[in-house]
Design a protein around this ligand. Structure first.
Ligand SMILES: [Zn+2]
Length: 228
């Protein structure tokens, strides 16, 4: 089957009440393993590529490896760019057949973030591609992006950001952390903030990055409040 768009995948997931796993891929073995497991479990997949993975394997190789996997595994797959740093990398992925891109302008000022996100949205939507954006900043290390402290997402700014940019989903910061960062004790997540943003943007997909080390009961609370 061909690559799927997040819109179709998420609509079905919301309706049938399940989550979709997003997995970072950078070589053939990882792609084979995840796609075989997805097919066995009949679980739709988001396969995401970071700038580092794209540089390591080459964009064309990654796309063709996933297309090869789709010839064998009968499972819906979204191909997503993780943390695109600027318009050019997002455009290259849209042109190269990705069905979803993330523009991460969270390290810019609010106005600059709006501007770059809007530019990516206009280009991507012209090509039928979904856009995830980010507002607020996570602590931890994600390739070249590192931040010692979180800057939690302001709920009113989140609404303004979505309205002005037209992005399809929004990664927000409520206390999860990226990558190698280890929690001292249990993660403290700002569920009030998540609930407020969820209420201000009803039915809108909110994304929580850096959730790998979040305990299961927190994941259930996040799902309740509308996080992904
Ligand atoms: Zn992330």
């Amino acid at each position: 089957m061909p690559l799927t768009t997040p819109k179709a995948m998420f609509e079905r997931a919301y309706k049938e009440g399940y989550a979709v796993g997003a997995f970072n891929v950078n070589n053939m073995e990882i792609i084979q393993g995840i796609m075989q497991a997805g097919a066995e479990e009949q679980a739709p997949l988001i396969l995401q590529v970071s700038a580092g993975a794209r540089k390591y394997a080459g964009q064309h190789y990654i796309v063709k490896l996933i297309e090869a996997g789709l010839l064998e595994a009968d499972v819906p797959v979204v191909l997503h760019l993780d943390h695109g740093a600027d318009f050019d990398i997002c455009k290259a992925c849209v042109d190269g057949g990705f069905t979803s891109v993330m523009i991460d302008g969270s390290h810019h000022s609010f106005e600059e973030n709006v501007a770059v996100t809007k530019r990516v949205v206009e280009y991507a939507h012209d090509h039928g591609v979904w856009v995830e954006a980010e507002l607020g900043r996570l602590a931890g290390v994600e390739e070249h992006v590192s931040s010692e402290h979180s800057i939690y997402t302001d709920p009113d700014q989140a609404v303004e950001f979505v309205e002005r940019t037209g992005c399809d989903s929004l990664a927000i910061a409520i206390g999860t952390s990226h990558g190698a960062y280890k929690f001292k004790g249990e993660a403290k997540l700002d569920f009030d903030r998540l609930e407020t943003i969820g209420n201000l943007l009803p039915g809108y997909p909110l994304v929580l990055h850096g959730a790998s080390s979040v305990p299961q009961h927190f994941v259930e609370m996040c799902n309740k409040y509308g996080g992904q």
